[in-house]
Write a protein that binds this ligand. Structure first.
Ligand code: AMP
Length: 207
């Protein structure tokens, strides 16, 4: 049995498959045209497991997966973990986590209401600045929250800024730059050291 690798489905998966292919790791079946969630690799007998980004750190933390590829935003939101190491910045899935508000609205208000999926990152960001905020947790389509008067502003992922613009919002402050990372289960790092290091070396060479 090779390594088990948890992959963040969606945009990150799309960008990491060519990278894995370059490293010689390819699923035996076409992932896009299958409803399966577990794929064997053609070489190395690795297992590629497709899941929601927010579940990747959990699988790797508990050792159900040896490795994971996931966005830094998800890792920051997951918080400090003792069960895995962040080993590589893959440079893919690059974007920024930003505050955004309707055009012309400033964030200087004394008590802001912020809608976000990234509750922990948002709380830390405003707390570090001593700014008082109320946070409203949403699970998607954050852009509509200010338009519906649910919040003054949002904290969301921005790539081109087109989504914000299309909804009358503008990006304001950069909270952090994001890219996808390779994480490694702490026990796998010890018990499967040679295999894990060989895998990391292949990915590094493919970057
Ligand atoms: P954009 O319109 O290019 O600024 O893209 C913004 C939207 O696409 C956001 O609402 C995100 O949900 C999504 N998005 C863009 N880049 C990424 C990324 N690297 N990882 C995850 N989601 C992203």
């Amino acid at each position: 049995m090779g390594l088990t690798i948890a992959l963040n489905r969606g945009r990150i998966l799309k960008e990491c498959l060519p990278l894995l292919k370059k490293a010689g790791i390819e699923p035996a079946e076409d992932i896009d045209s299958s409803r399966k969630l577990v794929f064997q690799s053609t070489k190395g007998n690795h297992r590629l497991v497709i899941m929601r980004g927010s579940d990747v750190p959990t699988y790797v933390e508990y050792g159900a997966a040896d490795l994971g590829i996931v966005g830094k935003d998800t890792l920051l939101e997951y918080g400090s973990a003792s069960g895995f190491y962040e080993r590589l910045d893959l440079g893919i899935g690059a974007c920024r986590l930003m505050t955004a508000a309707p055009k012309g609205v400033s964030l200087d208000k004394r008590s802001l209401t912020v809608a976000t999926k990234f509750v922990n990152i948002t709380r830390d960001y405003f707390e570090r600045q001593g700014r008082q905020v109320s946070i409203i947790a949403l699970s998607g389509a954050l852009e509509i929250a200010p338009l519906m008067n649910l919040a003054d502003c949002i904290v969301d992922i921005v790539d081109t800024g087109n989504t914000l613009k299309a909804n009358g919002l503008e990006a304001l402050e950069v909270i952090t730059r994001i890219s996808s990372r390779l994480i490694v289960n702490r026990a796998s790092m010890k018990t499967r050291f040679d295999e894990v290091e060989a895998f990391i070396a292949l990915l590094k060479a493919a970057l």
